[in-house]
Design a protein around this ligand. Structure first.
Ligand code: 5GP
Ligand code: ZN
Length: 137
């Protein structure tokens, strides 16, 4: 797709530090790591967002992310790994081409997600949202 940074990386029009590739996916180092060693798993074909991505490709992306997570634990001695996938600018997505973040984590890396968990007003509020989701499945 024209004007897509990740398609340009697939086409080798923009350089990237590639870790792995096959017919379907490409894995390279994120240029702005949350933690050093942060990698991105992308589809070679342009898809976006997750709801428009074929199930087989999603499976491939996540199985590849699992392999990269294992490599980060073995290669860096990572104590944990965050696997993330953003959809839409409201969710913090910057590059609209499906990609899975694989971020190595260390007990002493000092990074916090500021998770900031909210509270429902009451059980009924949560139940109504659950009902809405169930209706859509
Ligand atoms: P998003 O916010 O869309 O989930 O994540 C996009 C990621 O792509 C960011 O973590 C950003 O650092 C990374 N990124 C953006 N442009 C480039 C690039 O040209 N090369 C590489 N290697 N990573 C990029
Ligand atoms: Zn693209």
């Amino acid at each position: 797709m024209r004007d897509c940074i990740f398609c340009k990386i697939v086409e080798k029009e923009i350089p990237a530090t590639v870790i792995y590739e096959d017919d379907d996916v490409l894995v390279f180092m994120d240029i702005g790591p949350i933690i050093k060693g942060h990698a991105l798993v992308i589809s070679k074909k342009h898809y976006d967002p997750v709801t428009e991505t074929p199930d087989e490709m999603l499976a491939k992306l996540h199985v590849t992310a699992k392999r990269i997570a294992q490599a980060q634990m073995n290669g860096f001695g990572a104590d944990g790994v965050n696997i993330m996938q953003n959809n839409g600018t409201a969710a913090g997505q910057e590059v609209p081409h499906i990609h899975v973040h694989v971020i190595p984590r260390f007990s002493d890396d000092g990074h916090h997600w500021n998770w900031n968990a909210k509270k429902y007003n009451d059980f009924d509020e949560m139940k109504k949202l659950a009902d809405k989701l169930r209706e859509q499945l």
